[in-house]
Ligand binder design. Sequence first.
Ligand code: PMT
Length: 220
Amino acid sequence: NRAAILKGKKVLITAGPTEEKIDPVRVLTNHSSGKMGFELAAAANELGAEVTLISGPVTLETPVGVHRIDVISSEDMYRAVMNQYVHHDIVIKTAAVSDYTPSVSYDQKVKKTDGPLLLELKRTKDILQALGEQKTHQYLVGFAAETNDVLAYGKKKLENKQLDMVVINDISQPNQGFNADTNAVHILTKTGKEINIPLKSKTEIAQDLLSMIAKEVDRS
Ligand code: PMT
């Protein structure tokens, strides 16, 4: 039995991909399965926290005891997260939110022609940035999925987005990141800690991460 070190804490976790609608049959999305975020939700619940999980479209079962809110697009995710933010003490942003969405989304199926199709995309709202700016008492944890210069990009995210912790995924490596059952992460904290968690199951990574977060929150 693990100690209830997060008892009394409200934890908000986002997971999964977003889907950006092009037309009734086509979407822009990514390879996030939701596994990492769902494992974090289960681990936080085990440690006694009250957990809200905001998830994009995934095929996973809701962890026992966790309150789940389903969303589809990055705009839905933005609204749901901003609504929940003030009620939570710890926020962990595992979701792979689309950075771009179609400038126009069509209500009827776009018919194909013989020529190419040009799709214009516009930027989505940066949820993590907004959370950093509106932070009051929350301990804010961002994820970063990078293929190169992972530590440098992660450090930039920590600083620019006013995070308390950044969890960096090097997605150029096999068996980690999107859709895998295992993961390996680098963690940087605002307080200057650098921790490396080598390849293990996402269940174990989630447990390690939550213990670390609990310790940091306790200290701050
Ligand atoms: O779901 P799995 O298959 O288990 O895979 C897990 C994972 C690889 C998706 C996860 O571990 C991970 O790395 N998640 C972050 C993926 C990502 O979108 O990284 P990013 O570097 O593009 O974004 C960085 C951070 O900004 C993330 O916390 C993201 O939630 C946030 N963001 C991004 C865009 C946006 N418009 N708003 C955001 O808040």
